[in-house]
Design a binder for this molecule. Structure first.
Ligand code: ZN
Length: 111
């Protein structure tokens, strides 16, 4: 039987492996809705979790300078993607998957 092509509502590469996890956007029931970001994985120590971070600049009007800020988000890291520290990934907002996770990694960005 031919493998069904699944769509998650976002243009993205489907991972080759099947993880069978319910929290995976490709192989489970997690629906991505809300905001989508690209960031760098700075930690993947916790089980099925990755800390994704990205930097940005904001203007401080009083000093007319820019200050560097960062955003860190704990995202679900499905087994079929298994992003490691240093990987660029795309994450999408979803329902709360645990106490501190409401984002899921759905694609590795390869340059
Ligand atoms: Zn999966």
């Amino acid at each position: 039987m031919a493998k069904k092509k699944k769509t998650i509502g976002i243009e993205a590469k489907q991972p080759k492996e099947d993880c069978g996890s319910g929290k995976c956007p490709w192989h489970g029931h997690t629906k991505i809705r809300g905001r989508v970001f690209i960031g760098k994985v700075v930690s993947s120590k916790a089980a099925n979790t990755a800390i994704v971070q990205w930097d940005y600049y904001t203007l401080v009007p009083k000093y007319e300078r820019y200050e560097r800020r960062k955003t860190r988000i704990a995202a679900h890291n499905p087994k079929c993607i298994s992003a490691k520290t240093g990987d660029m990934v795309r994450i999408g907002e979803c329902r709360p998957l645990s106490k501190s996770k409401a984002f899921v990694i759905f694609e590795k960005v390869t340059e």
